[in-house]
Design a protein around this ligand. Structure first.
Ligand SMILES: Nc1ncnc2c1ncn2[C@@H]1O[C@H](COP(=O)(O)OP(=O)(O)OP(=O)(O)O)[C@@H](O)[C@H]1O
Length: 603
């Protein structure tokens, strides 16, 4: 599905009943068959009890009151009381059990979604706003939960109730029953005209809620930039617009509902009046008893309610259908990068990397960002990738990590084509440190152990010393147990980067990728990291992307990437001799550095 489809959910406003989705949703009930069976029995018993009430009242009037039979009236009175007590108990059991089942299903659905989301490829997230994905996990699963918790019970109870009432009324007096049912066509007309409108309004309300989520999420993520640019006012306006959309859609839905349902009840009351009028004539003619007509009317009061509840359940069902579609869309999205059939675990690697005529584009319709990339890296070599912004350096390492598969050519590690090895065996031997390191909420120690939870205290302390985490750790009141908030917001960018360094070194990867990894630490710390790397990188392959060329001078091979192609390749000295782009960039940076230093020393 394209981003456009994901964003524009307009087409889903007038969803109709979809049998395939219904079957798929019902499949979630399967593991709870026994529970559902038990609930169904309780619902049926409750329905029978409820039907018994008007029947008892009929006898109370016709036999008890008319014949002045006080004993019978006492028995019926106590029976009515007993019925209420038992149905209260049944109601309690029913609500408890259905909610328990509903929650179990929701739990499973959310678990599946979360699990699946984590397996989806980068391309899925590239084009989808995080807030909207979140909305699917929360709002849409809730819509399904509401259907199970409220809708299914109503459906079962009211449907059996209606059938029970129709059977009894027709059995008692079919002519009177038909008089009552004359209003039914008007009811159906009314409901079928308004239901799609109500449904659309609710869908719009949910869509705008999802837009609100997306907007709030983006605002929180970008709060620094927002405040730095003083964009609050403009953002307020934008938020006001979507907030208003939500309010309007909600009010529209509520106002339609509050217009339609009283009208439904009015038409129902008309039916009851007709029965009262025709029933009274027949009572006066001695054709029917007062008890029967009274019980008839009591039944009718119980008839119109379930009818409107049922149409509400239908609306609920259609909403759940839209939500189910969105949820199944995610669940049905296959991760683009995944273990192929017959994929084998990558054995312990030495670290030889070969790109053969590799090309890549981010979208099926976008242009190639890498063209015919060819190179071989020997185990233990240190490769630097340099070049202008947007040239394709990060894309090369993304392919090496198999975050994406190349669209042409192939990539091998120690002669194993990456497409034929399992993802976990590949990634467990690779480590990556990015410029903007993601730190998770938890303690500093938990973050360090992220890629290797079995590391010993000694290993942790070693890494802490080698990447100079100790320099800031000593100042933290709780040391390793210091809690860093979400995204490590309590730490400086450089501290986060050092932590990311420690994390990856503890995971002990065979191939290390540093994508602008030292750009946010001071030169002294960088010096320490470089020293630590000398030792740590022995026997491991490293890819280093850096704009600060002084940091990659002693790389074994420097590859210059330009417009998705390798334009130059060689050692620092070789490239300087060639006098190409690298030499240009290097001398420019060197000259700039010199002039900064001169200015700093006042020379
Ligand atoms: N997720 C993405 N979806 C679509 N296009 C992308 C994506 N990521 C990168 N690109 C495009 O691919 C090209 C190469 O990007 P890449 O990030 O590899 O460049 P880079 O050399 O690492 O740049 P920089 O030095 O700025 O990090 C750019 O034109 C960029 O616009």
């Amino acid at each position: 599905m394209s981003q456009v489809e994901w964003d524009s959910e307009e087409g889903k406003e007038n969803r109709s009943f979809n049998k395939a989705y219904m079957i798929r949703m019902l499949a979630y009930l399967k593991p709870h068959k026994k529970r559902m069976g038990f609930i169904a029995v309780i619902v049926m018993l409750n329905m029978l009890l409820s039907l018994a009430e008007p029947v008892l009242i009929r006898y109370a009037i016709d036999e008890g009151m008319v014949n002045k039979n006080l004993t019978l009236l006492n028995i019926i009175g106590f029976s009515l009381l007993g019925i209420r007590l038992v149905s209260w108990l049944f109601g309690y059991i029913q609500i408890r059990y259905i909610n328990e089942t509903g929650q179990r299903i929701l739990f499973e659905l959310r678990r599946q979604l979360f699990d699946h989301l984590q397996s989806l490829s980068f391309r899925f997230f590239d084009g989808r706003p995080a807030g909207k994905i979140m909305s699917r996990i929360t709002n849409d699963t809730n819509a399904i939960g509401e259907l199970i918790n409220g809708g299914l019970i109503t459906l079962l109870m009211e449907l059996t109730h209606l059938v029970g009432i129709v059977v009894i009324l027709l059995y008692w007096d079919w002519k009177l029953a038909l008089v009552a049912f004359t209003v039914l066509p008007f009811l159906f007309l009314m409901v079928s005209r308004f239901r799609p409108k109500i449904e659309s309004a609710w869908t719009r309300s949910r869509q705008s809620m999802s837009a609100i989520n997306g907007n709030v999420n983006e605002t929180i993520q970008g709060i620094r930039v927002i405040q730095a640019f003083s964009r609050q006012k403009t953002n307020d306006e934008k938020f006001k617009e979507i907030n208003q959309k939500n309010r309007k859609a909600f009010l529209k839905a509520v106002s339609l509902e509050s217009t339609v349902w009283p009208l439904v009840e009015l038409i129902g009351t008309l039916g009851t009046c007709l029965v009262m009028w025709y029933g009274s004539i027949r009572v006066m003619n001695g054709d029917l008893s007062i008890g029967l007509v009274s019980a008839f009317i009591l039944f009718l009061f119980r008839f119109w309610g379930p009818l409107s509840s049922l149409s509400k359940v239908y609306s609920q069902l259609l909403s759940a259908m839209v939500s189910a579609e969105r949820i199944f869309e995610i669940l049905d999205t296959e991760p683009e990068v995944k273990d192929r059939a017959g994929a084998k675990p990558l054995p312990q690697i030495a670290g030889k990397v070969t790109f053969t005529n590799a090309s890549f584009r981010y979208g099926p319709d976008s242009p190639d960002v890498l063209h015919g990339i060819d190179f071989t890296v020997k185990p233990g070599q240190r490769i630097a990738l340099v070049g202008p912004t947007g040239a394709g350096k990060s894309t090369i390492v993304n392919l090496l990590m198999r975050f994406y598969d190349p669209t042409g050519g192939q990539i091998e590690i120690d002669g194993h084509d990456l497409k034929h090895v399992t993802l976990s065996s590949l990634r467990s031997q690779m480590g990556i440190v990015l410029q903007d390191s993601f730190i998770f909420s938890g303690t500093i120690e938990e973050n360090l152990l992220y890629g290797n939870k079995h590391a010993t205290k000694e290993q942790v302390m070693d890494v802490i010393r080698s990447v100079r985490i100790d320099r800031f750790l000593d100042k933290m009141p709780d040391g390793l147990d210091t809690q860093v908030e979400e995204r490590g917001s309590k730490l400086s960018v450089g501290q986060r980067q050092l932590l990311a360094f420690g994390r990856v070194l503890l995971a002990d990867p065979r191939i290390l990728i540093l994508d602008e990894a030292t750009s946010s630490v001071d030169t002294e710390t960088e010096q320490h990291i470089q020293e630590a790397l000398q030792h740590l990188l022995k026997g491991r392959t490293a890819f280093i992307i850096a704009h600060r060329l002084s940091t990659i001078r002693d790389a074994d091979v420097i590859m210059v990437i330009q417009n998705g192609r390798i334009s130059e390749s060689g050692s620092h000295e070789e490239l300087l001799q060639t006098g190409g782009l690298y030499a240009n960039l290097y001398y420019n940076q060197y000259a700039m550095q010199q002039s900064i230093e001169k200015r700093a020393t006042g020379a």
